[in-house]
Write a protein that binds this ligand. Structure first.
Ligand code: DHB
Length: 308
């Protein structure tokens, strides 16, 4: 299997889990340590425990999912204990995803995990389902303030999980901002916020949480994810990229690496297929790599060609 590295951390394959509801309780995380996911990422924790939104809060359709979990989690201190336990079970790099409602909360949580056994810290700047849908990653000043506040708290690499940018001017401003700060990796994209699914027969929204509104993910968002990966790869050449959004096959992984990702995360497909997806996707990806005769990721990473 082709290995990869992000911010100096090595991964045995290019495929790992994304921050999905299944990556939150200790049993599921233990199962992930025994899977072919090359890392174990724990879904976003906050300072205080949160029950999250009322069910239904996760909907699966043919080619997309909609969610408004509302950052359900047990509070970050519980995950410090989980990390201790998980690190004894596995050599895989552990990621913690961190969410705060203000800069001070991010600082409190990052400080705690800098002194833990996680390998990397992913700052979630893009949950669309709390705070009336206000997303930190759409505010360049806030990004700058946050990254300045969390730098110097420890040695572990810190990355940002960004929302999808449909406004290319804003994406360029964010890219410039990231180039001026000490961010160690970019994870892109989070869900497309503000989606709505309707049951025409009942004339009703399909999801109770969020009054029906939520983040759209799955196959349908793949072109937006690829576009966001490619732009950041071009504009932030020094920052490794973790691609996420609509990946469910080896071909999808290959496309994301061509676009410039160093590693990819599997969200909706992991929710649908459970941990078996990692083995299948790794196998499909390896087959493509072998057929093409590539020996390392650098043989094709970012080398997407223009139409000719
Ligand atoms: C939730 C959804 C997201 O897309 C995200 O990045 C973080 C949290 C949620 O609803 O819990």
């Amino acid at each position: 299997m082709l290995n990869t590295s992000v911010a100096g951390i090595n991964f045995k394959s290019c495929v790992m889990n994304a921050a999905v509801p299944k990556a939150l309780d200790l049993e599921s995380l233990k199962v992930l340590t025994n899977s072919q996911s090359s890392a174990v990422l724990i879904k976003s924790c906050t300072v205080d425990a949160r029950p999250g939104n009322e069910e239904p809060r996760y909907i699966e359709e043919a080619n997309l999912t909609l969610n408004s979990i509302g950052l359900a989690n047990f509070g970050y201190k519980v995950y410090l204990d989980y990390v201790k336990e998980l690190s004894e079970l596995t050599d895989k790099p552990l990621f913690i995803s961190v969410s705060g409602f203000n800069v001070d909360e991010y600082v409190e949580i990052v400080k705690a995990f800098q002194a833990s056994d996680v390998a990397l810290i992913e700052l979630n700047l893009s949950c669309p389902n709390v705070n009336y849908g206000v997303v930190m990653g759409y505010d360049v000043q806030l990004i700058k303030e946050l990254l300045t506040a969390v730098s110097g708290l420890g040695e572990k690499p810190i990355g940002v999980k960004l929302p999808p940018y449909l406004n290319v001017n804003l994406q360029k401003e964010v890219a410039d901002c990231l180039n001026q700060t000490e961010v160690d990796f970019i994870t892109t994209i989070n869900t497309l916020g503000g989606g709505l699914l309707i049951d025409a027969e009942k004339e009703m929204v399909k999801m109770k949480a969020g009054n029906g509104f939520g983040g759209v993910a799955g196959d349908a968002v793949k072109p937006i994810a690829l576009g966001n990966v490619r732009r950041f790869f071009q504009w932030c050449p020094q920052i490794p990229i973790i691609g996420v959004g609509g990946i469910s096959s080896g071909v999808d992984v290959f496309e994301f690496i061509l676009a410039g990702a160093s590693l990819v995360q599997i969200g909706s497909c992991f929710m649908r297929e459970d941990i078996d997806c990692f083995q299948r996707i790794n196998q499909e990806f390896q087959q493509i790599v072998d057929q093409k005769g590539y020996r390392s990721l650098d043989d094709f990473k970012g080398k997407l060609q223009l139409y000719s």
